[in-house]
Design a protein around this ligand. Structure first.
Ligand code: MN
Ligand code: MN
Length: 467
């Protein structure tokens, strides 16, 4: 038998897409780096369940690394590091490049809001001697996944005197938590015969928050009174203050390794902190880039990017306009030369639900960062669809730097769909493509990612900023 490769094998190697063998081709040193990177990522997750908390974490860490708050009246030199805080709910980190904005900027944009269950403006009520919060869900959730999950209350209450009270209760070892109840199977004959959409509606998502009355007075609503009294003692708030609050119920548990091999992380809010953290770290590790790099950690993506802290707002382009003005160039000329990685997650192929995916165009756990040329739905509606030329540029950079990457569509054609912030950046006349981490159980209270993919996404963003 000859040891030589057959003709067809040689030709295949030359012509076919290389089958990426994922984790199997990664050295143990690389894997150790990925594990170490993810230890810090898990700490970030535990401290950043809401966009406000993620902004706080990012700015604290940025300041410790020499970033200062941007001041448009000052002039900046290559290598200077600045940040812009948009209302405590979105943040931009910039490292000024040797060429400033003249040749365009490099944008890395991820979102730091995640699907959750917000409190209604008038949430507190008592029913049959139990106290509850009424809620209004935020983002695309499968409502049946949220009952019987331990929940924590996070957010702020703003008072008329201009002060705000930070609320975070439920995560600590000794904290109480909260929960949405579900019906026992014994009495669920009617419920179980309904479709999921009808069995669990928005108005079922009532959170149980107490059961003891204030005292034995015959006064009505004594359980509600007791809760309000506890909230007044702890936060100094009265019922009307709920009207000026951003309060959300989020899963009370912290990030945890998944699998005997600890190769994965299960946590709330991977979408999209799993791209926000690598983007932030890539910015922190960038010294003096050629072109100015801007990392945007944005809000409101899960509800369509509307609002002043979302990507439909002008906050990013206004910042770029200030930088361009300082460089003596026009914003429109900067944008036409700018490139962007929209760092967002994609749905990892799930063998249990293989029917929802098309195997040749899906992304897989442990195969690295996933490039998604377009998202949207139906006949490529509501997506920007990156150009062939820009795709070529991105894959060249990743290959030259040996980044593990793959491509994937979001499930089967006509299987549903979804979008990212990419199209809003494309509308500003920049080149943009989605790149991020494959996720299992996306938008569930406990989502799953591979540690290797998180690390490769960090590497992808780093080489993009420094190419
Ligand atoms: Mn996302
Ligand atoms: Mn999402």
């Amino acid at each position: 038998m000859s040891e030589e490769k057959s003709e067809s094998k040689k030709l295949k190697e030359k012509l076919f897409v290389k089958k990426r063998s994922g984790a199997a081709v990664v050295s143990s040193e690389e894997m150790q780096k990925a594990d170490a990177f993810c230890e810090e990522y898990k700490k970030f997750l535990d401290k950043s369940k809401t966009e406000r908390e993620a902004v706080k974490y990012t700015i604290e860490r940025a300041e410790s690394l020499g970033f200062t708050e941007y001041d448009f009246t000052k002039s900046y030199q290559p290598g200077d590091k600045v940040y812009v805080n948009n209302r405590g709910k979105a943040v931009m980190l910039a490292v000024i490049g040797k060429n400033g904005t003249k040749n365009g900027v490099r944008l890395g944009i991820a979102h730091i809001d995640s699907p959750r269950v917000d409190l209604k403006p008038n949430p507190l009520y008592q029913s049959n001697d139990l106290a509850f919060f009424k809620t209004h869900y935020y983002g695309g959730i499968k409502k049946y996944q949220w009952p019987t999950v331990p929940l924590a209350l996070h957010g702020v209450v703003a008072l008329k005197d201009g002060t705000t009270a930070d609320v975070m209760i439920g995560d600590g070892e000794n904290d109480p938590c909260f929960v949405i109840s579900d019906l026992l199977p014994h009495l669920a004959v009617d419920q179980m015969s309904k479709t999921m959409v009808k069995a669990f509606t928005g108005e079922h998502l009532n959170v149980l928050i107490g059961s003891r009355p204030f005292n034995s007075d015959e006064e009505s609503e004594n359980v509600k009174l007791n809760i309000m009294n506890l909230l007044f003692e702890k936060y100094g708030i009265v019922e009307e203050d709920f009207l000026s609050a951003d309060l959300a119920m989020v899963p009370a548990f912290n990030a945890k390794d998944v699998g005997f091999d600890r190769s994965m992380i299960g946590a709330y809010g991977h979408d999209d902190k799993v791209c926000a953290y690598p983007a932030m770290m890539a910015a922190f590790d960038t010294d003096v880039p050629d072109s100015t790099i801007i990392t945007v950690l944005t809000d409101r993506e899960e509800i369509g990017s509307d609002g002043n802290t979302g990507m439909k707002s002008t906050y990013m382009i206004d910042f770029i306009a200030d930088l361009a003005k300082a460089d003596g160039v026009e914003t429109r000329h900067v944008m036409a030369k700018s490139t962007c990685l929209s760092a967002d997650v994609n749905a990892a192929f799930d063998p249990t639900y293989a029917d929802a995916f098309e195997a040749n165009n899906s992304c897989y756990l442990n195969n690295g960062a996933v490039i998604t040329k377009y998202t949207g739905s139906g006949g490529k509606y509501s997506t920007s669809d990156a150009s062939a030329e820009y795709m070529a540029q991105v894959r060249r950079v990743l290959d030259e730097n040996n980044v593990l990457w793959q491509t994937g569509e979001l499930g089967k054609v006509d299987g549903g769909g979804g979008g990212t912030i990419a199209k809003f950046v494309a509308n500003l006349n920049a080149d943009v493509v989605d790149l991020g981490v494959p996720v299992l159980s996306m938008h569930a209270p406990f989502e799953i990612v591979s540690k290797l993919d998180v690390y490769e996404t960090y590497r992808a963003l780093y080489v993009f900023y420094n190419d």
